[in-house]
Design a protein around this ligand. Structure first.
Ligand code: GLU
Length: 304
């Protein structure tokens, strides 16, 4: 008699099913890259008897629109994907992100910076003129400013004056609190990385965690939501592979569990570029209008 036959086993020992999520931003129409992520998540959920959640990453109020959200539901349903409801909309949970931000603040890891984009670009140009200045894995220059050293009273004065600001993570201090950091990659990074991987959050510098007008950022809300929603396996494109380093750091600082990560290769256009929401030729709506079937979409993204 093996363990499964023992009376009472079912209720006592059943593991909770794996939890997956597809987390698009409703700031445009879905393209083949989104279809690839969504279908892979749905396939994994089916293969593992897991749950599939859908999350609207809609914290950018200037770019996200209800008609894009509606279109996402239509496109996913057309692809044959079923998700659990209610759908979590990030814009409805700002208090959760604020609480996480306060926790990081209480650890002494958050500071406001007041430079405009133009001022930052000027600072970077000045540093580059006298040598090189590091860039993050997405190619953007690391934050070059000295706001971390601003005296407390000066910060208070600037905030009280109504100046716009970004709240940044003090990366050096954060990494001192979390010396070794890794994650389990069951997919593949852009250079074939897989298995137990070392996280390198310092490559991102003092990332923005929130802004004056938005109490969160992509990094902060993704980490808080994955934990609150019990996500056990994150399936997403390789464009977010390096961001995982920041996510792992935030998870440890916030005492949140680590999901397993499965990054997939990106769908590219004929010129080899990453797809964007404005590239008509690969939009799901355009393909559908042109007569493509859901099976054609699977084939186009390399799935059987
Ligand atoms: N909202 C992100 C995007 O649309 C995906 C976030 C994630 O999967 O971690 O690119």
């Amino acid at each position: 008699m093996d363990g499964r036959d023992k009376p009472g086993h079912d209720e006592t020992f059943r593991m909770s099913p794996p939890v997956f999520r597809f987390a698009p931003s409703p700031n445009g129409y879905l393209h083949l890259g989104h279809a690839c992520s969504a279908l892979l998540n749905a396939d994994r959920a089916r293969e593992t008897g897991g749950r599939l959640l859908l999350r609207m990453e809609d914290i950018d109020a200037t770019r996200c629109r209800p008609e894009f959200e509606t279109a996402i539901y239509e496109d996913l349903a057309w692809l044959g994907i079923a998700w659990e409801t209610p759908v979590r909309r990030q814009s409805e949970h700002l208090a959760d992100y604020r609480a996480a931000l306060e926790r990081l603040s209480a650890l002494g890891l958050v500071y406001p910076s007041f430079e405009s984009r133009a001022e930052i670009a000027k600072l970077v140009a000045a540093r580059e003129a006298s040598g090189s200045w590091p860039r993050d894995p997405d190619g953007a220059p690391l934050y070059p400013g000295a706001a971390r050293q601003l005296p407390h009273a000066e910060r208070e004065r600037l905030i009280a004056s109504g100046a716009p600001y970004a709240l940044r993570l003090d990366m050096e201090a954060a990494c001192r609190q979390v010396p070794a950091l890794d994650w389990t990659e069951t997919g593949e990074g852009p250079n074939g990385e897989r298995g137990q991987l070392a996280a390198r959050p310092k490559a991102w510098g003092d990332v923005i965690l929130a802004r004056k007008e938005t109490p969160t950022s992509y990094h902060l809300s993704v980490v808080v939501d994955d934990a609150l929603q019990g996500v056990s396996e994150v399936v997403r494109g390789q464009d977010l592979f390096h961001a995982t380093s920041v996510h792992r750091l935030l998870q440890v600082l916030l005492g949140l569990p680590a999901p397993v990560y499965r990054h997939h290769g990106l769908i590219r256009d004929e010129a080899g570029r990453k797809l964007s929401k404005s590239t008509r030729a690969t939009g799901l709506r355009e393909l559908r209008a042109g007569g493509a079937s859901p099976t054609d979409i699977r084939r186009l993204v390399g799935l059987r």
